[in-house]
Write a protein that binds this ligand. Structure first.
Ligand code: NAD
Length: 495
């Protein structure tokens, strides 16, 4: 674990301007534009980043196309790609502390979470897919004896990846590692407010021996760089993690261009359902609070709707409020902090608007609801619990993506299922009960990509993560992630 002296040194370290990584070179934007990078810790700029143009995106895609078509990566024996990827993981691991602090300065996640969830998670993900790629076999079909049917799995081609600002390294690695291991080439666009660590790991990929053009990173705005990637005729697959409205645009871009495949990992409004017979209510209180307030609620699977059985509702909310108030919100580079900064001022303002609207609608703001630590210049919000929320309220239907918990009471199992499934989302859920049969029934009936039982979060790399309903299509993590990056090809051979 990082000690405070080391953190302080890294907190004040100069950060060179972030440039694109295109075709093996660090390059400025084609028109020379750069934007200041603002830290949510204190609202101050600490470096700049290249502000990409559509031409930059096109240059990166052209480089990725050449690198794919000439086979410099896709034609390598899988064990050779694995060796490069393992070397890359080692280099990231050796720089994990620097990357963790750089990431926190950029996006505000508390350091206690960031070190594990960001560089070290990326290292584990790269190693997982590197180790897997020389163990995947094709198939021989059960044909009649006079033919041979072979099913090959081939890399799809040029992958464009667009990722969000919460957990850029973790989510970036969920896309990059399987795509690159499978032999594809990639153009990655990080989020405007969390680009620095992804640029750095692309530089490390070159040091690890990844050929030029195989991994390219273009920074800048979604509307310019992201749109150029979405509309490109040379991108074969577009993978995305982010919000629903942007996901819809990507589907339109595909329809307007080359029908590139689009895989979306979108938002959620995940129900965390606590029955009166939960085996350990104290544990449920603690885990429920952490499941919405860590990283200031900026977690796609955050348990943002708490459904509590009416007989324990008041007591549970009381204990939850006490626990939430004991959490330390503030400087994300202080290891004692349990919830860091909101990523940007605009996100903070959006969070506050949701709470104000609920208050104006007669809902009770039990704790929080306000900006705190304003004198630091940073973007901090108190953990917020709103009670008496109706299932149809905007606060119960829309993703806030902040530390705001909507509490809804219920009486019966059937009612809990109906409320849980009553939004457009289907990303995650949890059920707290000691009744094994009820737990299984709930897992079957709740429409979500992951249903936790007697815990919240923590599902590791061995299991897939993907949304049901309007939370997305396709999966990150586990061997299933390869399905997005490997195409099936049949050879039908007359004997
Ligand atoms: P966002 O949709 O605003 O941005 C995501 C990315 O899309 C950024 O890189 C952005 O620059 C880019 N973008 C924006 N407009 C674009 C356009 N017109 N064309 C192409 N690209 C464009 O999301 P965000 O605010 O960065 O992240 C928060 C969202 O991400 C939340 O909805 C959250 O639930 C979701 N998320 C989902 C998962 C998951 O696994 N399902 C994980 C993390 C975050």
């Amino acid at each position: 674990m990082l000690d405070q002296d080391r953190i302080e040194t890294l907190r004040n370290a100069d950060v060179p301007p972030a440039l694109h990584v295109i075709d093996g070179h660090r390059v400025a934007a084609s028109d020379g534009a750069a934007e200041p990078v603002i830290s949510p810790i204190d609202g101050k700029s600490f470096t700049t980043m290249a502000w990409g143009t559509a031409e930059d995106a096109e240059a990166a895609i052209a480089a990725a196309r050449r690198a794919f078509d000439d086979g410099r990566w896709s034609d390598l024996p899988p064990a050779r790609r694995k060796a490069v990827l393992l070397k890359w993981a080692d280099l990231i691991e050796a720089e994990a502390e620097e990357l963790a602090v750089l990431g926190v300065r950029n996006n505000g996640t508390e350091i206690g979470m960031a070190l594990k969830a960001e560089p070290l998670s990326a290292v584990a993900t790269i190693r997982y897919y590197a180790e897997a790629i020389d163990k995947l076999y094709g198939e021989i079909a059960p044909t009649a004896p006079d033919v041979l049917g072979l099913v090959h799995r081939e890399p799809v081609g040029v992958v464009a990846a667009i990722v969000p600002w919460n957990f850029p390294l973790m989510i970036g690695a969920w896309k990059l590692a399987p795509a690159l291991a499978a032999g594809n080439t990639v153009v990655l666009k990080p989020a405007e407010t969390a680009s620095l660590t992804l640029v750095r790991i692309a530089e490390l990929a070159l040091e690890a021996g990844m050929p030029a053009g195989v991994l390219n990173v273009v920074t800048g705005s979604g509307r310019v760089v992201g749109e150029a990637m979405g509309l490109s005729m040379d991108v074969d697959v577009l993978v995305f993690t982010g919000s629903g409205p942007v996901g819809r645009r990507l589907l339109e871009y595909s329809a307007r261009s080359n029908l590139k495949r689009v895989y979306l990992e979108l938002g959620g409004k995940s129900p965390n359902i606590v029955f009166a017979d939960a085996p350990d209510l104290k544990e449920a209180v603690k885990t429920s609070a952490n499941g919405i307030f860590r990283n200031a609620g900026q977690v796609c699977v955050a348990g943002s709707r708490l459904l509590v059985q009416r007989s324990i509702h008041d007591q549970f909310v009381e204990e939850l409020a006490a626990y939430a108030q004991s959490m330390t919100v503030g400087d994300p580079l202080d290891p004692a902090t349990s919830a860091g900064a909101v990523n940007s001022l605009s996100q903070l303002e959006q969070n506050l608007r949701f709470v104000e609207e609920a208050r104006a609608g007669g809902r009770k703001v039990r704790i929080g609801g306000q900006r705190i630590l304003e004198d630091t210049g940073g973007y901090y919000m108190a953990p917020t619990i709103v009670t008496g929320v109706e299932p149809g309220d905007r606060l119960a239907q829309n993703e806030v993506f902040g530390p705001v918990l909507a509490v809804i009471p219920f009486d019966t199992e059937e009612e809990a299922v109906a409320i849980a499934n009553g939004t457009e989302f289907g990303l995650a859920a949890a059920v707290w009960t000691a009744d094994l049969s009820r737990a299984h029934r709930m897992v079957r009936k709740i429409k979500a990509g992951v249903v936790h039982v007697n815990t919240y979060g923590g599902a590791d790399l061995t299991v897939p993560l993907g949304g049901h309903k309007q939370s997305g299509n396709g999966h990150d993590k586990s061997l299933h992630a390869f399905d997005k990056y490997l195409d099936l090809k049949t050879a039908w051979i007359k004997l």
